[in-house]
Design a protein. Structure first.
Length: 256
């Protein structure tokens, strides 16, 4: 679910198309039907030419959109649905249910949820036995951990830059990486982002790179394979760095 862009205009009713698509989606979530036989003026009347929220899904080559207005004076939202796809000749088409419905917060409480509610807060997740190599870089140093696997597909030894390290303590280090959690959506500040930690994880032909940039004393913006929009707390990264040093010093790494 996201803030909506202006929806497509100039459609035909999808009742004209043999796509086995009906009005059930709107009917099921609506408290009341307020208009039929839509036109642009009607969408303007209900604040739907520039919707506040839009959500979509794709099925069998069609993308279905449901658009919601800003809340009205009763706290309800108006909504309608459109669909894009191709007709039998392969031409792009846009269709509509021709219905505007009114939906209350009680009927659709998820409309008021923050986008972060729908996200897995974990920054990284991969079963440890699938990893071939993981490089952790900070402070001008690269720590390359290799995880060779046995015939059963499980790793029994771990090396860092060619030197063996304790396998169980490495597992605890890895748990501290899995425990890194996003906290919110990042908005740019005047502070210059400074790279503080980098992870490069190799698994078969797949490589993932996660880079953490400190933007304040408490927050770090991060990217995954060059893309990112969220931040996490610096304390979590600092804990991972401490655990790396404990592991390399042969000292116990906390299990939590």
């Amino acid at each position: 679910m996201a803030k909506a862009q202006t929806p497509p205009m100039g459609w035909s009713s999808w009742n004209l198309f043999a796509a086995n698509i009906d009005e059930d989606l709107i009917v099921d979530i609506a408290d009341a039907m307020v208009e039929y036989n839509l036109d642009v003026a009607m969408l303007e009347k209900y604040g739907l030419t520039e919707p506040d929220i839009g959500t979509s899904y794709t099925f069998n080559g069609y993308t279905v959109y449901v658009w919601f207005s800003e809340p009205n004076e009763d706290g309800n939202r108006y909504c309608y649905s459109s669909i894009t796809g191709k007709d039998e000749s392969g031409k792009d088409v846009t269709m509509s249910t021709d219905i505007i419905a009114e939906v209350s917060p009680e009927t659709a409480p998820w409309l008021e949820y923050d986008a972060l509610t729908f996200l897995d807060p974990g920054i990284f997740s991969m079963y440890i036995n699938r990893i071939d190599e993981i490089t952790m870089s900070y402070g001008g140093n690269d720590y390359v951990f290799a995880l060779p696997r046995n015939d059963a597909g499980e790793f029994t030894t771990v090396t860092c830059n060619g030197q063996p390290v304790d396998t169980q303590n490495f597992r605890y280090l890895y748990v501290s990486i899995l425990n890194l959690k996003l906290e919110g959506e990042y908005s740019e500040t005047d502070s210059q982002p400074v790279e503080m930690f980098r992870l490069v994880v190799k698994s078969g032909n797949r490589t993932d790179e996660i880079v953490f940039y400190q933007v304040s004393s408490a927050k770090a913006y991060y990217t995954r394979n060059g893309e990112g929009r969220y931040y996490m707390l610096v304390d979590g990264i600092s804990k991972v760095q401490r655990n790396i040093q404990l592991l390399l010093a042969g000292q116990p790494v906390p299990s939590k």
